[in-house]
Ligand binder design. Structure first.
Ligand code: ADP
Ligand code: SF4
Length: 692
């Protein structure tokens, strides 16, 4: 296939000072939960994206000094020459495919609690550290500290050049960088030449950029990454006030501007709260005040939108973090005219969540993310089948769809049987709940790919029984029959019976998604802590119900802190008038009220509600699997060689986990797999060791 000429503009080169990006696709710096802790995994992941056609591949934030130590976060590190080999490996992986490697050195200021290094944190002003609300304070930097910080940054720049990087990104974004923190009125109470007027507050960042430019000369491009607005109104930077003033003051200094909104939760809003291109109204002034090229992110996955923002003169390069994770080959697919093959990011922030839990990132759409090195999984290539035989996949949710697709790609004849009259399982149902429409991309990408493959047959409205599966006698069987929400309340906080759970006025999210509605006021009991309780609340408010949400946790949807959504979810529920009761357990349900108990005092309270929606935990729908697995003789007689359960039917979890399990089933079919199915990155013992 050939490229649509409408997209030619996306493949024009862009000069970034002395270096030239081969096209307009810029993989913005992004955390990945691998960094210095899982360095081979990080380097391989970046290399795959370079292979996928991104012209610039950046590191995540790379902390430059022990006083900037954000342990236990798994970010990059460049304290000394000892850190060069892993960064050099990343550069090699990027250069192998003709892309430019960019690095983002950072000093984290008061974000860093320095738990590993035990240095006293540094900041423009005396201030408690942010990490974990730890009982530690950053001290106000004196002039010697400022000189030292400039030197550390320069050391990092010089080392980066030796590692092989082509571009340095001077960072003042997301409220994560010391130089950026100096700019903010709410942090900088200094009375010297680094505080007070805007010019003074920007002085340190200007010096950092100038130092960098002097050091690299014509050998590297210099990008400035700056958040022009913090969405805090007058309490923070605003794009039409100091945010713009700062860009004007530094306009011609960098070789390119990378602009966004702060903090990370604003820059990486989920699809529940923002659409593609949501940053444009904040950053569209930048190109008007500088002659230098501009790049910005905005969860861009559609080439028409990309072309539009280039042609409108909003940006010169398309920045992407999440779209490059969901589809490392996005540029190549546009270039080759394969738009339908793009695995579009769904904006769920599972990638961010795993990083925020200090673990390698996972992606809902891309099951190979983070597996490039440790399992050798490539996002676009899969080995031909290792065994003969057809594959039967039972259930076409995310696990079943992915299993069928990947097994088909390996060359198996595949039959995919789905009980319902639509594909997608939970994704189809959940994507009809408020704010989750984009999640249907998980189904749409896979069902389209499957529709293009002659060796995969799909049967809808085909609920299979164990007896039928035995009758068919297909060699390799994957049971992907999903899970159902529990009614009995057993879960994280309740390992005891709750009186009244057998009553008729109790519903689960499955009932709500099936269109069943309660009578009268509703209490949602959320011991799940992810999105479901809050989206059910939104749905019921939209349907005209008076809703209260009670949870044992201190905040609504507490786990969504990891997906960067929690404060938006709580704010939305408050705006919708949902009553919120935190720190309470569920004790009893009657026809007219629900009884709750404070988790601390045990004090009881009654909430008037004629119905309860129980959002607590799920049970696998694994009856068919259990029936088949119980009789290995019958399996053998039927000619079934492989029987696996995958996805929620194996262990109820995220959609990302179900897609991964489906993919893993296909990858491992007929392969030898040891107990530890991936390569590990092990810390080495120091060669010299003396007892104190
Ligand atoms: P997962 O997230 O693990 O993919 P889902 O719950 O999304 O799980 O999908 C499971 C799918 O399996 C649902 O679409 C459901 O209708 C289907 N299913 C359940 N039991 C059967 C069965 N016996 N035969 C065919 N399909 C089934
Ligand atoms: Fe996009 Fe979700 Fe994948 Fe992150 S995990 S890249 S938000 S699809």
């Amino acid at each position: 296939m050939t490229r649509d000429p409408r997209y030619d503009v996306l493949f024009e080169p862009v000069k970034i000072g002395p270096v030239t990006a081969k096209n307009r696709f810029y993989q913005a710096p992004h955390c990945n939960g691998m960094g210095r802790t899982f360095p081979s995994s990080m380097a391989a992941m970046r290399g795959v994206k370079a292979e996928g056609g991104w012209a610039v591949i950046s590191t995540e934030q790379i902390d430059i000094h022990p006083s900037s130590d954000i342990t236990p976060a798994t970010e990059g590190r460049l304290w000394s020459d000892s850190d060069l080999p892993y960064l050099a490996r990343m550069c090699d992986a990027v250069h192998e495919h003709g892309a430019l490697a960019s690095i983002e050195p950072v000093h984290n200021g008061k974000i860093a609690a320095n738990l590993y290094s035990r240095e006293v944190p540094l900041f423009p002003t005396h201030m408690p550290v942010s990490m974990f609300n730890a009982p530690l304070q950053a001290r106000a930097m004196d002039k010697a500290d400022i000189r030292a910080y400039r030197r550390w940054h320069l050391d990092a720049v010089r080392r980066a050049k030796r590692a092989g990087f082509d571009i340095i990104c001077c960072y003042a974004g997301h409220n994560l960088s010391l130089a950026g923190m100096f700019m903010l009125n709410r942090y900088n109470f200094r009375t010297d030449e680094y505080g007070g007027s805007l010019e003074n507050r920007v002085r340190l960042f200007r010096e950092i950029i100038e130092d960098t430019k002097d050091a690299v000369g014509d050998s590297m491009g210099v990008i400035v990454r700056f958040s022009v607005d913090e969405l805090r109104g007058a309490e923070g930077l605003e794009a039409d006030k100091e945010g713009r003033d700062i860009v004007e003051m530094l306009a011609e200094l960098p070789d390119m501007w990378d602009v966004n909104i702060a903090e990370w939760d604003n820059d990486s809003m989920t699809s529940r709260f923002a659409d593609e291109g949501y940053q444009e109204p904040f950053i569209d002034f930048v190109k008007k005040v500088t002659t230098k090229p501009v790049v910005a992110v905005g969860r861009y996955t559609t080439p028409d939108r990309m072309v539009a923002i280039v042609n409108k003169g909003i940006v010169d390069m398309i920045g992407a973090a999440r779209p490059s994770i969901a589809d490392p080959f996005l540029p190549r697919k546009i270039e080759e005219g394969r738009i339908e093959d793009i695995r579009e990011c769904i904006g769920c922030n599972i990638c961010a969540a795993w990083n925020n839990m200090s673990s390698p990132m996972r992606c809902t759409q891309n099951p190979t993310s983070g597996e490039e090195w440790r399992r050798g999984w490539h996002p676009e290539r899969i080995a031909p089948r290792a065994v003969d035989g057809a594959v039967l996949v039972v259930g076409a949710g995310p696990a079943g769809l992915e299993a069928a697709l990947a097994a088909g790609q390996r060359g198996h004849e595949v039959i995919l049987a789905e009980a319902r009259d639509e594909l997608g399982g939970r994704v189809s149902l959940e994507s009809r709940l408020p704010g989750l429409a984009t999640w249907a991309r998980v189904r749409d990408y896979r069902s389209y790919q499957i529709s293009q493959m002659a060796n995969i047959e799909v049967y809808k409205s085909s609920a299979l029984s164990a007896a039928q599966i035995l009758d068919y006698g297909i060699e390799h069987v994957a049971i992907a029959t999903g899970a159902r929400w529990r009614r009995d309340g057993y879960g994280r906080h309740h390992q005891f019976p709750i009186s009244g759970t057998d009553a008729g006025n109790l519903l689960t999210p499955d009932d709500i998604m099936a269109g069943i509605r309660p009578a009268g006021d509703v209490l949602i009991y959320d011991d799940d802590h992810y999105y479901m309780g809050s989206v059910v609340a939104e749905q019921l408010v939209a349907d005209g119900y008076r809703v209260t949400l009670a949870t044992p946790h201190a905040m609504v949807a507490s786990w969504t802190e990891f997906t960067l959504e929690q404060h938006r979810i709580q704010a939305r529920l408050l705006e919708l008038g949902v009553g919120i009761i935190t720190c309470h357990l569920l004790r009893a349900i009657t026809d007219s009220h629900v009884e709750l108990a404070c988790i601390y005092s045990g004090r009881r309270q009654q909430v008037e509600a004629s119905a309860l929606v129980m959002v607590v935990s799920r049970l696998p729908e694994d009856e068919i699997y259990q029936q088949l697995a119980a009789d290995s003789d019958r399996l053998r007689d039927a000619g079934i060689k492989t029987l696996k359960r995958i996805g929620d039917c194996h262990g109820p979890a995220t959609i990302a986990a179900a897609v991964y399990e489906g993919h893993r089933f296909a990858r491992e079919l007929g392969e030898e797999v040891s107990d530890i199915s991936f390569a590990r990155e092990l810390s080495e013992l120091a060669t010299e060791f003396k007892l104190p």
